[in-house]
Structure formats: C-alpha cells, structure tokens
Design a protein around this ligand. Structure first.
Ligand code: FES
Length: 429
C-alpha cells in the first residue's frame, strides 16, 4: 500500500497557473458538463495540471484546479490523494508503477519491487540522475500477463528480475524498448502461442456447411446482377411490344373493352380444386403460380395469336380478368409431395402456430409464407410432405421432425391448448 501525502514544502513551487493553451483546453472540458456540474471535470483538469507540472501534482496545482472549478480545495485534495494516477511527489523521467495486487504478487511482483529498491531506491524518490522513480499501485488490469509495471504511458508485462533489470538499463541508456509482454507471446495469448480457434474453416463459413463465404457472397452478387439484367430486358421487351407499329399499350379502358371475349377464348388460368386435389398435375401450368390461384403460364402456352401484338393484348386482358374473378382463399399449386398449402388463412385468420413448441415468431412467418396457417394442415402431413416442408425451412431444417410438429399439431387441432404461450415440449408429462 502507498501512503498518499503531499510532497514536503521544500519541493513545492510557490505558484501554479495553467498555461494559456491548457486553460483553453480546461474550458473545453468544463463545457462538456451542465451548469452547476463543473466539478465533473476535476479528473481531466488534475491530469492536465500534472502533465504541465512535469509529472506530479504540486499543492498549488491542486488549488488552481479547485479555483477553476469552484470547488473547495479539500474536495480536490481528496480526489488527488485517492487516485494513484496522480503523483503527489516529484517523479523521475521514467515513472514506474509496480502492480502489487494478488495475481501479480503471486507471479513475482515482490521480486520486481526488490529490483526497484535496489536500482532506484525507496518508493517515491527520484534517482540522482532524475531518470527513475517508482510506486507500488493496485491492479492495473493486465493480470493475465503478471507481473507487470506501467512506465509512464506504457505497460511492460511478463516480467522477471532479469528482463526488468535489462529494461531499466535500456531505458537509462535511452535505447528503444519493447512495450507489452517481455516474453515471446502476443498480447495475452497463451505462452508459446494460441492453441485454439486455429482452424481456418471457422472463419470462412465451411465449419457450418456454408462453404467459403467470400465465394458465396460473390456468387450471390453475380446472381442478383443477372436477375436485375433479366428484369430490365423483360421490361424493355414489354415496352417494345406496347409501342410496336405505333399502337399504344393497353389502357384500363381498352382492357375493359376486350376482357369479356378474352376470358372466353383464352386458355383458362389453372384453378386448383380445394381439398380434393392438393397435388398438381405434373405437366400443367403450376410452375410459377401467383398468389390467389393466378398462373401466368397459360399466357405463354396459349395458341391465341402468340406472335401478334393483339393476341398478347388479349392475353393481358384475360389474365387481369381472371385475377379479378379469383376466389378469396384457395389452395396454391405446389410441386409433387407438397402438402396442402393455402394462399390465405381460412376465415381470414390463421392459428397461432407459436403454440407448437419450437416454433417462434420467425418460423411462424416462414410457415405462413409457405402457405401453412392451421394446425390441421400440419396434423395431416405425411412423411413425404414433412420431408418436402423441411426443404423449405431455410435456417430451420430438421426442426419439424425433431420437434414433432405433426404430433403436436394433432393435439392442438382438437382444440387442446398448452399452459405456456410457447407450447409444451414434446415428451412433457
Ligand atoms: S494484479 Fe497486477 S495487473 Fe492485475
């Protein structure tokens, strides 16, 4: 422990005043705090005063800070004498703070202190050449590299009496010294080098089966670029068709005028029967279904004047008309093995799928996006359908089987409800 007293009168200067620059700086610090709270700037001001006084705090400097902040001197003394970062006595050019707290103590801080006593002299005294002074302080927060010292603004760690003595010799000789650990290790990694997290796969995503993340991002960007180009090309083609031969693109009025015959003559959009036909025919028009039972594939396969501008207009009108007439909630087409999927919940409201243990808000949204809204839908899944759904659960693969969604949903579909809002864990008695 260190006794914290002001330096004897004999070394105290007769006066202290902040330099113009430091005074301006102090004003800037004080301005950071609300009016009436100027005292909050006491530590930075004491630090600046110590810097200006040559590495220690004369009594007059402490008083000057008190005056600047409108604080009683005693309050400022209390602070200056509490923190060992403030030197109350003259300090050497290299001011050494030796940590003497338990971890450093156990790792040999006493031997480091012995070196200080032998080479420099008693605590808080400056060597005759003015080069060194030292002080024992409490933990400096580098315990894993104990024992350590702080010299001016730098840390020196993993000290032994030998390397510390060498360090002092080098400092005295004005040589450049290495800061941080004085043994062969980087920062606070284990002695002899790091032993964990060496696998490169941990940093490129391959450890979680996502491959090289840089390549993946590059591929994603390329795909997005191509998709944007394709969309642009499609837009340009549509514009060209609309203006070819000087004919205007169809307006709402013109669409209305042709819509009735178009519905009659164009190939009908595929309508998937409700519960009876949850599988779609393999050769039909289901590839790109639009929500609400609308399929655009009929547009491309119809014989109605595919190459003629008028034919295409008629098709557009037909599609619009079909969309208008679509039923409110119908099953949407899905590939073979897909279960019954609904574009919208029945009755306009889906079940609270979060009551299935393991399904949170994210998964519920994902299920809804996939056309799953009700417990009875899940309860009816066959093994094949379960496997199909699993392929659509991006980021949650395997959850449906692991958490027994089908079994849980069978129970929930009967009207039974769990005690908890997150459901009952399967297997709970
Ligand atoms: S105990 Fe010495 S740095 Fe923490």
């Amino acid at each position: 422990m260190t006794v914290r007293r002001l330096a004897p009168d004999v070394v105290q200067p007769a006066a202290f005043a902040f330099s113009k620059t430091n005074d301006n700086w102090a004003d800037g610090q004080i301005a950071k705090y609300p009016k009436g709270r100027e005292a909050s700037a006491v530590i930075p001001l004491l630090w600046k005063a110590q810097e200006q006084a040559g590495g220690w705090l004369p009594q007059k400097a402490i008083e000057a800070v008190g005056r600047k902040l409108g604080m009683p001197y005693m309050r400022v003394f209390e602070i200056a004498t509490f923190y060992t970062m403030f030197n109350l006595a003259l300090a050497g050019e290299h001011f050494i703070q030796v940590c003497g707290t338990v971890p450093c103590h156990l790792k040999g801080a006493r031997e480091i202190i012995k070196v200080c006593e032998d080479v420099i002299g008693p605590q808080s005294t400056v060597t005759a050449d003015g080069k060194f002074s030292w002080l024992e302080v409490e933990c400096l927060g580098a315990c894993c590299n104990a024992p350590m010292v702080q010299i001016n603004y730098d840390y020196y760690e993993d000290l032994t009496p030998e390397n510390f003595t060498r360090l002092l010799d080098d400092l005295r000789a004005g040589k450049k010294v290495k800061t941080g650990p004085q043994v062969d290790r980087s920062c606070s990694e284990p002695l002899g080098g790091g032993e964990t997290l060496k696998d490169k796969a941990l940093y490129d995503g391959s450890a979680v089966g996502r491959g090289d993340w840089q390549k993946r991002i590059a591929a994603d960007r390329e795909a997005a670029k191509k998709a944007a180009e394709a969309a642009e090309a499609a837009k340009a083609a549509a514009a060209a068709l609309g203006t070819a031969g000087g004919a205007p693109a169809p307006t709402p009025a013109s669409v209305a005028s042709v819509s009735a015959p178009a519905v009659a003559t164009a190939a009908p959009a595929p309508a998937w029967p409700a519960a009876s036909a949850k599988r779609q025919p393999s050769s039909s028009t289901q590839d790109t279904p639009a929500a609400g039972g609308l399929s655009l594939k009929g547009l491309s396969t119809s014989k109605a004047a595919d190459k003629s501008k008028d034919g295409i207009r008629t098709k557009v009108a037909s599609v619009k008309a079909t969309k208008t007439a679509a039923p409110a909630a119908t099953e949407i087409p899905a590939p073979t093995d897909a279960p019954t999927l609904l574009a919208k919940p029945r009755g306009g409201k889906g079940d609270d799928l979060k009551l299935i243990w393991g399904v949170g808000p994210k998964l519920e949204k994902l299920l809804n996006r996939r056309g799953v809204w009700h417990f009875d839908q899940i309860a009816a899944w066959t093994d094949k359908e379960l496997a199909w759904i699993d392929t659509k659960m991006e980021g949650f693969k395997g959850r449906a089987v692991r958490d027994q969604w089908v079994e849980q949903s069978k129970k929930l579909a009967t009207g039974w409800r769990p005690d908890s809002a997150v459901g009952d864990k399967p297997g709970k008695k």
